[in-house]
Design a protein around this ligand. Structure first.
Ligand SMILES: Cc1cc2nc3c(=O)[nH]c(=O)nc-3n(C[C@H](O)[C@H](O)[C@H](O)COP(=O)(O)O)c2cc1C
Length: 212
Protein backbone atom coordinates (compact mmCIF):
# COMPACT_ATOMS: atom_id res chain seq x y z
CA UNK A 1 0.00 0.00 0.00
CA UNK A 2 1.34 3.44 -0.89
CA UNK A 3 2.42 5.90 1.79
CA UNK A 4 -0.53 8.18 0.90
CA UNK A 5 -3.02 5.34 1.37
CA UNK A 6 -1.55 4.42 4.75
CA UNK A 7 -1.94 8.03 5.82
CA UNK A 8 -5.52 7.97 4.56
CA UNK A 9 -6.22 4.90 6.73
CA UNK A 10 -4.68 6.51 9.80
CA UNK A 11 -6.71 9.65 9.21
CA UNK A 12 -10.03 7.78 9.07
CA UNK A 13 -9.38 5.20 11.80
CA UNK A 14 -8.58 8.04 14.17
CA UNK A 15 -11.89 9.69 13.35
CA UNK A 16 -14.67 8.42 15.62
CA UNK A 17 -18.03 7.96 13.99
CA UNK A 18 -20.91 9.25 16.11
CA UNK A 19 -24.54 8.76 15.04
CA UNK A 20 -25.41 12.33 16.08
CA UNK A 21 -22.63 13.75 13.91
CA UNK A 22 -23.87 11.91 10.78
CA UNK A 23 -26.27 13.55 8.35
CA UNK A 24 -29.90 12.63 9.15
CA UNK A 25 -30.20 11.35 5.56
CA UNK A 26 -28.00 8.29 4.92
CA UNK A 27 -27.93 8.97 1.17
CA UNK A 28 -26.22 12.31 1.89
CA UNK A 29 -23.74 10.61 4.23
CA UNK A 30 -22.96 7.79 1.74
CA UNK A 31 -22.40 10.35 -1.00
CA UNK A 32 -19.97 12.17 1.34
CA UNK A 33 -18.10 8.93 2.08
CA UNK A 34 -17.89 8.03 -1.62
CA UNK A 35 -16.57 11.53 -2.36
CA UNK A 36 -13.84 11.07 0.27
CA UNK A 37 -12.93 7.65 -1.18
CA UNK A 38 -12.66 9.09 -4.68
CA UNK A 39 -10.67 12.08 -3.40
CA UNK A 40 -8.41 9.58 -1.61
CA UNK A 41 -7.81 7.85 -4.96
CA UNK A 42 -9.19 4.51 -3.87
CA UNK A 43 -9.24 2.33 -7.00
CA UNK A 44 -12.74 1.47 -8.23
CA UNK A 45 -14.28 3.02 -5.12
CA UNK A 46 -17.70 2.51 -6.75
CA UNK A 47 -17.32 -1.29 -7.05
CA UNK A 48 -19.81 -2.95 -4.73
CA UNK A 49 -21.12 -6.39 -3.91
CA UNK A 50 -24.75 -6.84 -4.95
CA UNK A 51 -26.63 -9.62 -3.18
CA UNK A 52 -29.92 -10.95 -4.52
CA UNK A 53 -32.19 -13.84 -3.64
CA UNK A 54 -33.89 -16.15 -6.12
CA UNK A 55 -37.44 -17.49 -6.06
CA UNK A 56 -36.32 -20.40 -3.85
CA UNK A 57 -34.78 -18.07 -1.27
CA UNK A 58 -31.23 -18.88 -2.36
CA UNK A 59 -28.80 -15.92 -2.17
CA UNK A 60 -26.17 -14.98 -4.78
CA UNK A 61 -23.60 -12.17 -4.79
CA UNK A 62 -21.46 -10.48 -7.41
CA UNK A 63 -19.70 -7.14 -7.99
CA UNK A 64 -21.34 -4.33 -9.97
CA UNK A 65 -20.47 -0.64 -10.31
CA UNK A 66 -22.43 2.05 -8.49
CA UNK A 67 -23.20 4.56 -11.24
CA UNK A 68 -25.51 7.08 -9.64
CA UNK A 69 -26.64 8.26 -6.22
CA UNK A 70 -29.58 10.63 -5.89
CA UNK A 71 -32.32 11.28 -3.34
CA UNK A 72 -34.15 8.16 -4.55
CA UNK A 73 -31.32 5.68 -4.08
CA UNK A 74 -28.38 3.84 -5.60
CA UNK A 75 -28.25 2.90 -9.30
CA UNK A 76 -26.31 0.24 -11.21
CA UNK A 77 -26.64 -1.04 -14.78
CA UNK A 78 -26.84 -4.60 -16.01
CA UNK A 79 -28.77 -7.08 -18.13
CA UNK A 80 -32.39 -7.50 -17.06
CA UNK A 81 -32.12 -11.02 -18.48
CA UNK A 82 -29.11 -12.03 -16.36
CA UNK A 83 -29.20 -14.28 -13.31
CA UNK A 84 -29.44 -11.20 -11.08
CA UNK A 85 -32.21 -9.84 -13.31
CA UNK A 86 -34.22 -13.03 -12.88
CA UNK A 87 -33.57 -13.00 -9.11
CA UNK A 88 -34.79 -9.41 -8.88
CA UNK A 89 -37.90 -10.18 -10.93
CA UNK A 90 -38.77 -12.98 -8.47
CA UNK A 91 -37.73 -11.09 -5.34
CA UNK A 92 -37.36 -7.30 -5.75
CA UNK A 93 -35.04 -6.68 -2.79
CA UNK A 94 -31.26 -6.38 -2.74
CA UNK A 95 -28.30 -5.67 -0.49
CA UNK A 96 -25.18 -3.72 -1.45
CA UNK A 97 -21.82 -3.71 0.27
CA UNK A 98 -18.85 -1.42 -0.36
CA UNK A 99 -15.44 -1.85 1.29
CA UNK A 100 -12.53 0.57 1.20
CA UNK A 101 -9.67 -1.15 2.96
CA UNK A 102 -7.27 1.82 3.07
CA UNK A 103 -9.92 3.90 4.87
CA UNK A 104 -11.07 1.08 7.15
CA UNK A 105 -14.59 1.70 5.93
CA UNK A 106 -17.54 -0.45 4.92
CA UNK A 107 -21.03 0.59 3.81
CA UNK A 108 -24.03 -1.74 3.77
CA UNK A 109 -27.26 -0.81 2.01
CA UNK A 110 -30.53 -2.76 1.86
CA UNK A 111 -33.82 -2.05 0.18
CA UNK A 112 -36.39 -2.54 -2.48
CA UNK A 113 -35.35 -2.66 -6.13
CA UNK A 114 -36.93 -0.70 -8.97
CA UNK A 115 -35.97 -0.30 -12.61
CA UNK A 116 -34.86 3.19 -13.57
CA UNK A 117 -36.86 4.76 -16.41
CA UNK A 118 -36.06 3.87 -20.03
CA UNK A 119 -34.98 7.50 -20.53
CA UNK A 120 -32.46 7.20 -17.66
CA UNK A 121 -31.08 3.92 -19.08
CA UNK A 122 -30.89 5.47 -22.57
CA UNK A 123 -28.95 8.47 -21.21
CA UNK A 124 -26.42 6.29 -19.41
CA UNK A 125 -26.10 3.89 -22.37
CA UNK A 126 -25.47 6.83 -24.73
CA UNK A 127 -22.62 8.01 -22.48
CA UNK A 128 -20.73 4.67 -22.84
CA UNK A 129 -18.03 4.00 -25.45
CA UNK A 130 -19.21 2.12 -28.56
CA UNK A 131 -17.35 -1.04 -27.52
CA UNK A 132 -19.21 -1.18 -24.19
CA UNK A 133 -22.52 -0.54 -25.96
CA UNK A 134 -21.89 -3.40 -28.39
CA UNK A 135 -20.85 -5.74 -25.59
CA UNK A 136 -23.89 -4.86 -23.48
CA UNK A 137 -26.30 -5.43 -26.37
CA UNK A 138 -24.66 -8.57 -27.75
CA UNK A 139 -23.81 -10.60 -24.67
CA UNK A 140 -26.51 -12.95 -23.37
CA UNK A 141 -25.30 -12.30 -19.82
CA UNK A 142 -25.33 -15.33 -17.49
CA UNK A 143 -26.18 -17.80 -20.30
CA UNK A 144 -23.74 -20.57 -21.29
CA UNK A 145 -21.86 -19.63 -24.47
CA UNK A 146 -19.91 -22.09 -26.62
CA UNK A 147 -16.71 -20.11 -27.14
CA UNK A 148 -15.12 -16.67 -27.14
CA UNK A 149 -15.39 -16.75 -30.96
CA UNK A 150 -19.17 -17.15 -30.64
CA UNK A 151 -19.30 -14.12 -28.35
CA UNK A 152 -17.18 -12.07 -30.75
CA UNK A 153 -19.46 -13.07 -33.63
CA UNK A 154 -22.49 -11.81 -31.67
CA UNK A 155 -20.70 -8.49 -31.10
CA UNK A 156 -19.72 -8.26 -34.80
CA UNK A 157 -23.36 -8.84 -35.81
CA UNK A 158 -24.60 -6.01 -33.58
CA UNK A 159 -21.77 -3.80 -34.86
CA UNK A 160 -22.70 -4.50 -38.51
CA UNK A 161 -26.40 -3.93 -37.82
CA UNK A 162 -25.71 -0.46 -36.35
CA UNK A 163 -22.98 1.36 -38.27
CA UNK A 164 -24.20 4.63 -36.73
CA UNK A 165 -25.56 5.07 -33.23
CA UNK A 166 -26.15 1.85 -31.24
CA UNK A 167 -29.65 1.79 -29.71
CA UNK A 168 -29.88 0.29 -26.20
CA UNK A 169 -31.27 -3.24 -26.14
CA UNK A 170 -34.48 -3.36 -24.10
CA UNK A 171 -32.96 -6.15 -21.99
CA UNK A 172 -30.21 -3.89 -20.64
CA UNK A 173 -30.72 -1.03 -18.20
CA UNK A 174 -30.55 0.29 -14.69
CA UNK A 175 -31.85 -0.79 -11.34
CA UNK A 176 -32.17 1.47 -8.33
CA UNK A 177 -31.87 0.18 -4.78
CA UNK A 178 -34.33 2.30 -2.75
CA UNK A 179 -32.80 2.03 0.71
CA UNK A 180 -34.65 1.28 3.94
CA UNK A 181 -31.54 0.33 5.94
CA UNK A 182 -27.98 1.68 5.68
CA UNK A 183 -24.98 0.98 7.86
CA UNK A 184 -21.74 2.96 7.96
CA UNK A 185 -18.81 1.08 9.49
CA UNK A 186 -15.60 2.77 10.53
CA UNK A 187 -12.80 0.43 11.58
CA UNK A 188 -11.08 1.33 14.84
CA UNK A 189 -8.31 -0.25 16.90
CA UNK A 190 -8.76 -3.32 19.14
CA UNK A 191 -11.81 -4.28 17.05
CA UNK A 192 -13.85 -1.56 18.76
CA UNK A 193 -15.24 -0.44 15.44
CA UNK A 194 -17.88 2.25 15.05
CA UNK A 195 -21.15 1.22 13.42
CA UNK A 196 -23.97 3.62 12.67
CA UNK A 197 -27.19 2.05 11.46
CA UNK A 198 -29.88 4.06 9.72
CA UNK A 199 -33.39 2.58 9.63
CA UNK A 200 -36.35 3.98 7.70
CA UNK A 201 -39.61 4.08 9.68
CA UNK A 202 -42.95 5.87 9.32
CA UNK A 203 -41.41 9.05 10.79
CA UNK A 204 -38.39 8.96 8.49
CA UNK A 205 -34.79 7.90 9.09
CA UNK A 206 -33.47 7.13 12.58
CA UNK A 207 -29.88 6.41 13.61
CA UNK A 208 -28.46 4.01 16.19
CA UNK A 209 -25.02 2.81 17.21
CA UNK A 210 -24.49 -0.94 16.84
CA UNK A 211 -21.96 -2.99 18.76
CA UNK A 212 -18.99 -4.06 16.62
C1 LIG B 1 -15.07 -4.71 -10.78
C2 LIG B 1 -16.27 -5.34 -11.45
C3 LIG B 1 -17.29 -4.52 -11.91
C4 LIG B 1 -18.43 -5.06 -12.53
N1 LIG B 1 -19.44 -4.23 -12.90
C5 LIG B 1 -20.56 -4.75 -13.43
C6 LIG B 1 -21.67 -3.92 -13.71
O1 LIG B 1 -21.69 -2.71 -13.45
N2 LIG B 1 -22.77 -4.50 -14.29
C7 LIG B 1 -22.81 -5.84 -14.56
O2 LIG B 1 -23.82 -6.31 -15.10
N3 LIG B 1 -21.79 -6.65 -14.27
C8 LIG B 1 -20.67 -6.15 -13.70
N4 LIG B 1 -19.63 -6.97 -13.38
C9 LIG B 1 -19.75 -8.42 -13.67
C10 LIG B 1 -20.59 -9.09 -12.57
O3 LIG B 1 -19.80 -9.30 -11.41
C11 LIG B 1 -21.23 -10.43 -13.01
O4 LIG B 1 -20.24 -11.30 -13.55
C12 LIG B 1 -22.31 -10.25 -14.08
O5 LIG B 1 -23.11 -9.10 -13.84
C13 LIG B 1 -23.21 -11.50 -14.15
O6 LIG B 1 -23.81 -11.70 -12.89
P1 LIG B 1 -25.10 -12.63 -12.70
O7 LIG B 1 -24.87 -13.87 -13.55
O8 LIG B 1 -25.16 -12.97 -11.24
O9 LIG B 1 -26.30 -11.85 -13.17
C14 LIG B 1 -18.50 -6.47 -12.73
C15 LIG B 1 -17.47 -7.28 -12.26
C16 LIG B 1 -16.38 -6.73 -11.63
C17 LIG B 1 -15.31 -7.66 -11.10
Amino acid sequence: MSHELWRLGEQYAGQLLEPEACDPDPIVEVRRWLGAAIAGQIKQANAMTLATVDGRGRPAARIVLLKDIDARGFTFFTSYDSRKGHDLAAHPYAALCLWWEPMHRQIRIEGRIERVTAAESDAYFASRPRGSQLGANASPQSQPIGSRAELEALVAAVDAAHPGEVPRAATWGGYRVVPDAVELWQGQTSRLHDRVQYTLGPAGWSRARLAP
